[in-house]
Design a binder for this molecule. Structure first.
Ligand code: F6R
Length: 613
């Protein structure tokens, strides 16, 4: 989705802005632009296409301003084009704006502005913003230093929808005004300069000290200071947060693609996520969770709510909670949950999983539970992200920045963290025998080494990818936890290879989908549950009989069968098997995409963080 960068300081802004946009490329976009101020004049350069395209535009090297804003646009209102790219200016060229989000009432605002003599150059919703600012600036009676901020505030008061906005003005070349609602924005503080971004990685090379802007909060950013204002423009102080992400972690580190690097980072990500939260023979600790035993005893239902891969991680968490804590769990898609009328009361616990912490549907689903007095826990990878600021409690995966659009290390870290949370609850509740818990803990601690082993043997998967990359359809089958992995494996494949794929609970196949199986169709089976080996083999046998080509991922010793390929993975506790069985499927999607010559890290139509509904 759209990305925002901003800079104010003593250095030339253009290279900093371009580098920031390059760091945000992973979010997915189709046009890019920057604006700087020089000699009290705003200069804008923008075009459709990649940031490299922008960098090569005539005159861009001559932008010498030390203040600037920049944007990558993911088209919503209006096709990707130079005219629709941000920044947008008002008719008098006094204000330039970049905007993430959607202005829902822009038709109405456009009409209002047109009636007042304004004209429009683009089809975007964003272009109303600089013109509204200009309108209020002209009609504002104030004649003081705050007139710019007041004009932005008056314009924002008229907006409906979601936004993170940066504004510069040729009349105020010493400041950038920003505001947000339901779309992230961070301000990075450094010595004698300040940075702005929609995502931390864009400005991570320059600072580790960040202010996270809240909804309806304004900031006026100068070279040496930042002032914060609430929705009524009352000034307040704001605490700074130190984010200890390594700037190099946001680079490719010698790997061909971010996705491959992130797949190989999984042993470290899991180790970091486990961290010091538990040791064998001791109870698990979650210092940030202040939930009494009495509260836990009264929970009668848990909802796990998330989108995409994060929801698939939630599916793996369900049986862990149910087995260890004896609490029924429902896993829900956030975009559905938010519009249903879920049965929520004060004895319902709602857990939200989001790598980015910025997914619009997940945030809305969280607000719904809060309004119904349920306690909420956020599981996120990004400290200070919107979801963690909304939730009653937040716990973090420590996967480091995930740049590739297709989520890999975030998924395995989420599964580990959800499992640890269930163990923590079970220990408080005393509803599960100690042996089971200790066995699970031992297995969790062994996971990083087992993932390392898996990653040392990628040749078989590469070979299989070469055989099947021209296929049009693929099927993923599994039972229980293996079905949850089938869903995630199928999602990975679709996202980055554009091959149509479906995941089915293996027993469900003969209730319809088996009609699609014909000679040469690829079927991938996951078999890790010792109690269901025979059943799963029978289901695969049914597709082999109908001519399917099969790959099986297993940690069981299978009888002599007719599978075309078998990938053996290390054994672990059955509740943890998804963390190992997903690795070959991530690699399969990756190598198929590479064989097809596709852009693995930035698949078409997708965005890393989905901040609109
Ligand atoms: C798939 C993928 C998406 C995200 C989903 C939720 O590889 O990355 O399905 O999992 O958009 O994103 P977060 O976790 O940031 O809420």
């Amino acid at each position: 989705m759209c990305g925002i960068v901003g800079y104010i300081g003593e250095k030339k802004a253009q290279p900093i802005l371009i580098n920031g946009l390059l760091a945000l490329e992973y979010r997915g976009y189709d046009s890019a632009g920057i604006a700087t101020i020089e000699d009290n004049k705003i200069q804008v350069k923008k075009d459709k296409g990649r940031v490299n395209n922008l960098y090569n535009l005539e005159g861009i090297q001559d932008l010498n301003g030390t203040i600037g804003i920049a944007h990558t646009r993911w088209a919503t209102h209006g096709k990707p084009s130079m005219e629709n790219a941000h920044p947008h200016m008002d008719n008098s060229n006094t204000f330039a704006v970049v905007h993430n989000g959607i202005i829902e009432n822009y038709h109405e605002l456009r009409d209002f502005l047109m009636q007042n003599g304004y004209t429009f150059l683009s089809e975007t919703d964003t272009e109303v913003i600089p013109n509204l600012i200009h309108y209020h600036f002209e009609h504002n009676v104030l004649e003081n230093n705050d007139k710019f901020l007041y004009a932005v505030k008056s314009a924002v008061n008229q907006l409906k929808g979601s936004y993170a906005i940066e504004v510069i003005s040729s009349l105020y070349p010493d400041r950038i005004v920003v505001v947000r609602k339901d779309s992230p924005l961070v301000i990075g503080k450094s010595n004698g300069e300040n940075y702005i971004a929609s995502d931390i990685p864009a400005i991570l090379p320059y600072t580790k000290d960040f202010y996270f802007l809240d909804d309806n909060e304004f900031a006026v950013i100068y070279q040496n200071k930042t002032e914060f204002y609430d929705a009524s423009l009352v000034k307040h102080n704001k605490a700074i947060k130190n984010i200890d992400w390594d700037a190099n972690a946001a680079g490719k580190d010698g790997f061909e693609d971010y996705m491959l690097k992130e797949i190989f980072e999984q042993p470290t990500a899991i180790r970091e996520t486990v961290g010091s939260r538990f040791h064998l023979g001791e109870k698990c600790t979650f210092e940030d969770l202040n939930l009494s035993k009495e509260y836990l005893q009264n929970i009668h239902r848990i909802y796990i709510v998330a989108c995409g891969t994060a929801m698939n991680a939630g599916l793996v968490g369900k049986p862990v909670f149910e087995k260890l804590c004896k609490i029924p769990v429902e896993v829900n898609i956030a975009s559905e949950f938010r519009y249903q009328d879920p049965l929520i009361d004060e004895n319902t616990l709602c857990i939200y999983i989001s790598q980015s912490g910025e997914t619009a549907d997940t945030i809305a689903a969280l607000k719904l539970a809060k309004a119904k007095n349920a306690k909420t826990i956020a599981i996120s990878n990004v400290i200070g992200s919107s979801i963690t600021r909304e939730a009653d409690y937040s716990i973090y995966t420590h996967a480091g920045p995930e740049i590739a659009v297709a989520s890999t290390k975030a998924y395995t870290s989420q599964v580990v963290l959800v499992t640890m949370l269930a163990i923590y609850f079970a220990e408080q509740l005393d509803r599960c025998d100690t042996n089971t818990i200790e066995e699970l803990k031992e297995n969790i601690l062994d996971l990083p080494t087992k993932v390392e082993t898996l990653l040392q043997n990628v040749n078989e998967i590469k070979r299989f990818a070469k055989k099947v990359y021209t296929q049009k359809d693929m099927f993923f089958l599994g039972r229980g936890n293996d079905y949850s992995v089938a869903l995630e494996g199928s999602l990975k494949l679709k996202e980055i290879s554009y091959i149509h794929s479906e995941a089915y609970a293996a027993g469900e196949l003969k209730h319809g989908p088996i009609a699609l199986i014909e000679n040469g169709v690829t079927v991938i089976g996951i078999i890790t549950n010792p109690d269901l080996v025979e059943k799963s083999i029978s289901n695969l046998q049914e597709v082999i009989t109908r001519g399917a080509r099969t790959l099986v991922i297993t940690n069981q010793s299978l009888p002599n069968t007719h599978f075309d390929f078998v990938i053996n993975i290390p054994e672990t506790h059955p509740l943890l098997s998804p963390i190992l069985s997903i690795i070959p499927l991530q690699l399969l999607a990756y190598y198929i995409s590479k064989n097809k010559g596709l852009d693995v890290d930035k698949p078409r139509n997708l965005a890393k963080s989905v901040t609109v509904e």
